[in-house]
Design a protein around this ligand. Structure first.
Ligand code: G16
Length: 543
């Protein structure tokens, strides 16, 4: 087997977004496209000769073929050993777990997360460092810079290898270990949560439904919820991972996880519902006919953390992304803990966790996690909730309502306008920026604008600065409207509008969020001139 150096031409569009490089499968299939990006990663990270790499993905279309290429390129670039999930499968949190447990140099994760898959769907690739977390912006910028000047890549001339059985073999001078994708992760979960208490809860008739959305968490959920915790087999639905996610959109929210929502809001509803996304890092939590917003979920987990054995000593601090509601801030204040507000993107939490400043992190985009790995973690959140329910012996709804009564309720909603013409979306943002000088002090109905700005963040650990991370309109009563362009879409631009209003009055906590936020929504549309500028009457998704 010989190492070949293949001449190539640089692509100009390999800038990683919020979470790695995400493009249509057809773009990744262009000659040299994947190889160029992988070589740019290898050139940037400059791993020492013989280093160990983890490789795996969410099983979507093109996963297997990309892994074959990456293995041959890793062998040609001097890696000594690669741990790869059986069948090419590793959920994002499981990949993070494996990187940390085996102290590898880093890992390559193949996923476009919640984006649809299949030959016409999306694909993605990202690099995670030795802490198990997504590469920092400094590293992703360096990878991008390299991708613009690359002129050759190295690959081993070898036949494809079989990844369907647990095995160890050589590829050139590199060892390949095909590992069980579930075992290490399941063991970690068992070390964090009170499995006997959850087992007893389920044995006592508590019914749950977990929707794996035909994505990567199926095998993980079966192993943990059914085999280890004793839930009936039909507690896990859509459990078989499919390359096109059964033609679905594996995004666990009220719109896309509609199969589950119908069950949890239907007659004979189970006590608990949950779903995860394409690569297993997102989660949605539902009680019986009751939706827990991701922002509230973070606050609730923080407030109840000591009920789980893995956190019984308390937590060091909390971090949330800027658009996430301030519900967690209230818990942090009550517990006397630091609370950090970061830009959107899990990569911004890594330094805080590594420095021991925070234990729990969360985002409005259905992501919660802790320092057990360096990715958000869907099943971890599900188990945390089950642990809390088992310990408190209350329904999800009553736990949330008690929380609101104590801390107040942060009404919250996000409006997504997907696949907009890029020009129109940029036009909205420019128009808003142009209004910064005149907005403060203006009164809109019950709301007075206090300040507005472009969010920027200085990392308290390494001092790096990230600018233009979303436009904030902050009102005198603490309500907020945020406008942000998504960094994960692959078609045109996705504009997100985030709305938040705080309500201390318990009598008003039962209001529907859309009702409570009605006036703020109208103001958001008015200020942005969104309808006129984009031609969109309605958002694509409301969460
Ligand atoms: C990624 C990031 C998250 C981010 C989300 C949405 O999640 O890891 O931190 O909140 O995208 O980002 P955007 O608003 O830019 O689309 P995932 O689950 O897609 O990897």
């Amino acid at each position: 087997m010989s190492i070949r150096t293949i001449p190539t031409q640089a692509f100009s569009d390999q800038k990683p977004g919020t979470s790695g490089l995400r493009k249509k499968v057809t773009v990744f299939q262009k000659p040299h496209y994947l190889e160029n990006f992988v070589q740019s990663i290898f050139d940037t990270i400059a791993a020492p000769q013989g280093a160990t790499l983890v490789v795996g993905g969410d099983g979507r279309y093109y996963n297997r073929s990309a892994i074959q290429t990456i293995l041959k390129m890793a062998a040609a670039n001097g890696f000594g050993r690669v741990l790869v999930g059986r069948g090419g499968i590793l959920s994002t949190p499981a990949a993070s777990c494996v990187i940390r447990k085996y102290e590898t140099y880093g890992g390559i994760i193949l996923s476009a997360s919640h984006n649809p898959g299949g030959p016409d769907g999306d694909f993605g690739i990202k690099y995670n460092g030795e802490n198990g977390g997504p590469a920092t912006e400094t590293v992703t910028e360096a990878i991008y810079a390299r991708s613009k000047e690359i002129s050759a890549y190295k690959i081993l001339a070898a036949a494809d290898v079989s990844l369907d059985e647990l095995a160890e073999f050589s590829l050139g001078s590199m060892r390949v270990e095909v590992i069980d994708p579930v075992a290490d992760y399941a063991e970690l979960m068992e070390s964090l949560f009170d499995f006997p208490a959850i087992r007893a809860l389920l044995a006592g008739g508590f019914r749950l439904k977990f929707d794996a959305m035909h994505a990567v968490t199926g095998p993980y959920a079966r192993d943990i919820l059914v085999d280890r915790l004793g839930a009936p087999a039909d507690s896990v639905m859509n459990a078989v991972p499919l390359e096109d996610f059964g033609n679905g959109h594996p995004d666990p929210n009220l719109t896309y996880a509609h199969d589950l929502v119908e069950i949890v809001y239907g007659a004979d509803a189970p006590d608990f519902g949950a779903a995860s996304d394409g690569d297993g890092d997102r989660n949605m939590i539902l009680g019986q006919r009751f939706f827990v917003t991701p922002s509230d979920s973070l606050a609730l987990l923080a407030a109840n953390a000591t009920l789980a054995p893995g956190y019984k000593g308390g937590i060091a601090g909390i971090a949330r992304s800027m658009p996430t509601s301030a519900a967690a801030d209230r818990v942090a204040a009550a517990l006397g803990l630091p609370c950090f507000e970061t830009p959107t993107g899990w990569k911004f939490f890594g330094n805080l966790m590594d420095a021991g400043k925070v234990t729990l992190c969360g985002e409005e985009s259905f992501g919660t996690g802790s320092n057990h790995v360096r990715e958000k973690d869907g099943l971890w959140a599900v188990l945390f909730w089950l642990n809390i329910v088992a310990a408190r012996k209350q329904s999800v709804e009553s736990i949330v309502r008690e929380h609101w009564a104590k801390y107040g309720r942060n009404f919250y909603s996000r409006y997504d306008y997907e696949a907009l013409p890029t020009e129109a979306a940029n036009g909205v943002m420019t128009h808003l920026r142009d209004s910064f000088a005149t907005l403060p002090g203006q009164v809109f109905g019950n709301y007075t604008v206090a300040t507005c700005d472009d969010f920027s963040y200085t990392d308290p650990v390494d001092g790096s600065v990230s600018t233009k991370q979303g436009i904030r309109i902050l009102f005198a009563d603490g309500s907020r409207i945020i406008y942000r362009l998504s960094g994960t879409g692959t078609e045109g631009a996705t504009l997100r509008v985030y709305l938040e209003a705080y309500e201390a009055d318990v009598a008003r906590h039962g209001l529907d969020a859309q009702e409570a936020l009605k006036e703020l929504i109208a103001i958001a549309l008015q200020l942005s001139e969104l309808k006129g500028r984009t031609g969109r009457e309605q958002p694509t998704v409301i969460t």
